[in-house]
Design a protein. Structure first.
Length: 318
């Protein structure tokens, strides 16, 4: 395993940088091959405005693993009690909150203030800085179009304005704050799931599992890092999924759960005992697939990387 050292990867991603691990695999079926697994830093969902839509959106977004920050300039709308599932709540003028948050290209930002004067102030601040991965704004077609015309007249780049989703959310006929929250969340999921062009051997480029990376940094024992390099059919894991296994069991991460993950764990324990990396294939077909609710089953190819404890000389792979 190469690329950024596994023990420094956590620090790198925590600083807001991308990370990468390279796996030099030896496959008894297909020969030697290299795989790259890239990691994105945590991607925040920043809600500028703590009104009724945000109140409905935050618990839904948190349930789907978005790290949510809410900002509002009114104390009664920017308090932890109103948003218990938000990781951060900021009470400050919107421009100040945006400056403090230091928006990155990985963030998702929704502008949902109490009026277009504040919406415009937020957009101006954001458009002058780093563009987030997603930028949306609540409002009617007419009002958002008028604001866009005003921003164009002020000299803001058309390319940046074209990236603003306004009105925000997918068109599902949403009316109530809860329905609008669902439409926004659906659009966020769509953006988050978009895949980058990838060449042969390039696995997922998705948000890092910080619990897994922290384990890799801090553990003082041998472990095996399992990574799905290929899947077919309806096997539950995704290519690039990672799981760390130690002698006590699963330490962090997942390769899909169920009996497939159990098979991977048993193979990982054997790799630990032998101190050797290996490629394994897991098949979930027939009755086993039916027990797990899969229509036609599937297979996973999983690389098991033996990672010796700090200071130990790495064993030669087979």
């Amino acid at each position: 395993m190469r690329g950024q050292d596994a023990r420094t990867l956590f620090d790198r991603v925590s600083r807001g940088e991308e990370g990468e691990l390279l796996f030099d695999t030896k496959d008894p079926w297909e020969g030697n091959r290299q795989y790259s697994r890239r990691f994105l830093p945590p991607r925040r969902l920043i809600l500028l405005g703590g009104g009724h839509i945000s109140e409905k959106l935050v618990p839904l977004a948190a349930m789907l693993d978005f790290s949510v920050t809410v900002a509002d300039d009114r104390e009664e709308f920017a308090c932890a009690g109103r948003f218990p599932l938000a990781e951060r709540v900021i009470c400050a003028p919107f421009e100040e909150a945006i400056d403090r948050l230091a928006i990155t290209p990985y963030d998702f930002v929704a502008v949902m203030t109490r009026g277009h004067a504040w919406d415009g102030a937020c957009l101006r601040r954001i458009l002058r800085g780093t563009m987030p991965a997603y930028l949306g704004m609540v409002g009617s077609k007419r009002k958002t179009a008028l604001l866009r015309e005003q921003l164009e007249a002020e000299g803001f780049e058309k390319e940046k304005l074209d990236r603003v989703e306004a009105p925000i959310g997918l068109k599902i006929g949403a009316v109530t704050p809860a329905e609008i929250g669902v439409s926004i969340l659906a659009q966020l999921i769509l953006y988050r799931s978009q895949k980058e062009e990838a060449g042969p051997g390039v696995l997922a480029c998705r948000e890092a599992d910080m619990t897994l990376l922290k384990f890799m940094k801090e553990t003082e024992e041998d472990y095996v890092l399992a990574v799905i390099t290929e899947k077919k059919g309806s096997a539950p894991g995704r290519e690039g999924a990672l799981m760390a296994a130690c002698r006590q069991g699963i330490a962090a991460g997942t390769v899909g759960g169920g009996s497939g993950e159990y098979q991977v764990l048993q193979a990982a324990k054997q790799a630990l005992a032998e101190k050797k990396s290996r490629m394994v294939r897991v098949s979930l077909t027939g009755q086993e697939a039916a027990r797990q609710g899969m229509i036609c089953g599937g297979t996973m190819q999983v690389w098991l990387e033996y990672c010796p404890a700090e200071g130990k000389e790495k064993e030669t792979r087979t």
